[in-house]
Design a protein around this ligand. Structure first.
Ligand SMILES: [Zn+2]
Length: 484
C-alpha cells in the first residue's frame, strides 16, 4: 500500500517534470559573429523551437519571438562592437514565450532559420542581420516568412521612414586596366570561420579556422608582392561563409584561380602530411546538371559575372558549353594543383604525391580552376604545432605562391600583364600544358587550344592519338598553330 502511494507520487513528479521540460526550451547561450556585410546571432537551444522575426522603425529594432522558450543565459556579455546592434533586451511575455528585442543603430534586413543538432552543436536558432540597407524595404516579406513558420500572428511592420544612409556599391566587374594588362586574380579562401571552427588540434589548442586565415593572409601578402598578380581574400575575419557563397565571392572578384586553404583531421593522431584536392569528374558532371537546374546560379553566369556567356545559346548548347568549360577548368585545376603539391613537398611531408579528386562543394565552380589545399593534419600534435607557427605558415604560403606563379607563367590568361610579358619574350616558362581528363581526345584538345593536330602530336612526340587520363600534354605556341 505504502509502495503504491510512493509510486504514484513518483509518477506525479515525473509527469510534472516532463510537462515542464516540454513546456519550455531553454535558450542556453548566444554567440555573435560579425562579417563584412552581416551580423550573425546563434542561439543555442535545449530543443527545437518555433520563432518569428520582424523589424520595427523609429527607433530601429529587430524583434525575435521564440515560442515555448525561456532565457537561461545572460545577454549582456556579447561584444556588440562593429555591429548595428546597440543593445539586446529580453522579456518573458508568458512563462514560455520569449521575446528578444535588438536595438539597432541602422536598419537591417533579417533572415532567420533553425538548425537541427549536429556532432558539434544542439538545436540552434540562427538570425542573420544583413547590412544592405537597400534591402530594408523587403523586411515585410522577411517578417512574414519568419512568422509563417511559427503560426503566430504577425505584428504590424512599419515600413522604414528614414532613407538608407548610403547604398553600398555592388561592383561585380573589375575596371579594365589601361592597355588591357590586368592582374591575374587569385581568390584565397580560408576554410571555416565563425561558429564553424573546423578541425581542432590536441586539447582544442589550435583551431583550423585560425590557421587557415593566417596562411591565407600570408599567401595574399606574397601574391600581392608578385608583379602581375593580385590576391583576394574570400574571408577576411572570424565569421562563417556558406560554401556556395565562397565561390560566388571569388567570381565577383574576377578570380582566375580559387584556392581553398584547410588543415586536416583524422581519428588517428599519427596521420600526417599535406595534400591537394581538385574536383572529381563525377562531381563535375553532376554539378553541371546542378548549375543548369539552379536558375539563380545560371542567371549569375548569364549575367556575365563569370567567363562563360550563355545568354545567346539555347539550353542544350548551354549544357555542352558548361560541361566543356568545367572540364577545361578541371584540367587546369589538376595542373596547378600538381605544381603546388610538388613545391609543398620540399617543405613538408606529403600525405599523397598526386592531386586527389573529391566532390568538395567549395570546388564546384564551372568556370574557375579551383584547388583545395590541406596544409597538414591539425589532429597530429607535431603538425598542429608547426601549422600554428608563423615561420611554417610563411613556408607553406611560399610553396603555394611558387606553384601558382609557375602555372600562370605557362598558362597566362589573355589580356593579363603576365601574358604580355610572355608574348614579349620576357618570361620563358616553357610550353603551355594540358592535363588529360576523361572523355577527351587529342583532336578535342587541339580544337580547344586552336592548335593543329600535327603540331600537338609533334610537340609531344606522340606516335598515335591515344592519350591517357592524367597525361600531361605540352600545347604548342600559337606560331605553330597555323600548321595543319
Ligand atoms: Zn577544413
Amino acid at each position: 500500500m505504502r509502495m503504491r502511494a510512493l509510486l504514484s507520487t513518483v509518477g506525479l513528479i515525473l509527469v510534472v517534470l516532463t510537462a515542464d521540460v516540454l513546456a519550455a526550451t531553454e535558450v542556453r547561450s548566444v554567440r555573435l559573429w560579425r562579417a563584412p556585410d552581416n551580423t550573425r546571432l546563434v542561439f543555442d537551444l535545449s530543443g527545437p523551437v518555433q520563432h518569428s522575426v520582424f523589424t520595427l522603425t523609429a527607433p530601429n529594432r529587430l524583434v525575435i519571438d521564440v515560442s515555448g522558450a525561456q532565457l537561461a543565459t545572460r545577454l549582456d556579455q556579447l561584444s556588440l562592437s562593429n555591429t548595428p546592434i546597440t543593445a539586446i533586451r529580453s522579456a518573458q511575455r508568458t512563462p514560455t514565450d520569449l521575446r528578444l528585442v535588438l536595438d539597432l543603430s541602422a536598419m537591417v534586413s533579417p533572415k532567420s532559420f533553425t538548425l537541427a543538432p549536429n556532432q558539434q552543436y544542439g538545436n540552434r536558432l540562427v538570425v542573420d542581420l544583413f547590412d544592405d540597407v537597400s534591402a530594408a524595404v523587403n523586411s515585410t516579406t522577411t517578417a512574414a516568412a519568419g512568422s509563417a513558420q511559427s503560426g503566430t500572428p504577425t505584428p504590424p511592420v512599419v515600413a522604414p521612414v528614414t532613407p538608407p544612409p548610403s547604398v553600398p556599391a555592388t561592383a561585380t566587374k573589375l575596371p579594365p586596366v589601361p592597355g588591357g594588362k590586368r592582374d591575374i586574380v587569385i581568390a584565397i579562401d580560408a576554410g571555416h570561420g565563425g561558429e564553424d571552427p573546423g578541425a581542432l588540434g590536441p586539447n582544442r589548442s589550435v583551431f583550423e579556422k585560425n590557421v587557415t586565415l593566417a596562411i591565407a593572409r600570408e599567401l595574399q601578402r606574397q601574391i600581392n608582392a608578385e608583379k602581375g598578380f593580385r590576391g583576394e581574400l574570400v574571408r577576411t575575419g572570424d565569421y562563417f561563409i556558406p560554401l556556395r557563397k565562397r565561390t560566388e565571392i571569388a567570381r565577383k572578384k574576377g578570380a582566375d584561380l580559387f584556392i581553398s586553404i584547410h588543415a586536416d583531421a583524422a581519428p588517428r593522431s599519427s596521420a600526417f602530411g599535406a595534400s591537394v584536392f581538385a574536383l572529381s569528374e563525377r562531381g563535375a558532371t553532376s554539378e553541371t546538371a546542378r548549375w543548369l537546374a539552379d536558375s539563380e546560379n545560371q542567371s549569375d553566369l548569364i549575367g556575365g559575372a563569370g567567363n562563360v556567356s550563355l545568354d545567346d545559346k539555347d539550353r542544350m548548347l548551354a549544357g555542352v558549353l558548361l560541361d566543356l568549360s568545367m572540364t577545361a577548368s578541371l584540367s587546369s585545376s589538376l595542373n596547378v594543383g600538381q605544381k603546388v603539391l610538388s613545391h609543398m613537398g620540399s617543405i613538408t611531408p606529403l600525405h599523397k604525391r598526386r592531386v586527389e579528386q573529391a566532390g568538395f562543394m567549395v570546388l564546384k565552380s564551372p568556370d574557375i580552376p579551383s584547388i583545395l589545399v590541406e596544409t597538414g593534419f591539425i589532429s597530429n600534435p607535431n603538425e598542429a604545432k608547426k601549422l600554428a607557427s608563423s615561420s611554417h605558415q610563411q613556408a607553406l604560403a611560399r610553396s603555394i605562391t611558387t606553384g601558382v606563379r609557375q602555372f600562370f607563367h605557362q598558362n597566362p590568361p589573355p589580356g593579363t600583364y603576365i601574358a604580355s610579358q610572355r608574348d614579349a619574350g620576357r618570361i620563358a616558362p616553357g610550353p603551355r600544358e594540358h592535363v588529360v581528363t576523361p572523355g577527351e581526345s587529342l583532336a578535342l584538345i587541339a580544337q580547344r587550344y586552336q592548335v593543329g593536330l600535327a603540331a600537338l602530336r609533334s610537340v609531344n612526340s606522340l606516335k598515335t592519338d591515344t592519350i591517357k587520363v592524367g597525361q600531361v600534354l605540352s600545347i604548342p605556341a600559337t606560331a605553330l598553330a597555323a600548321q595543319p
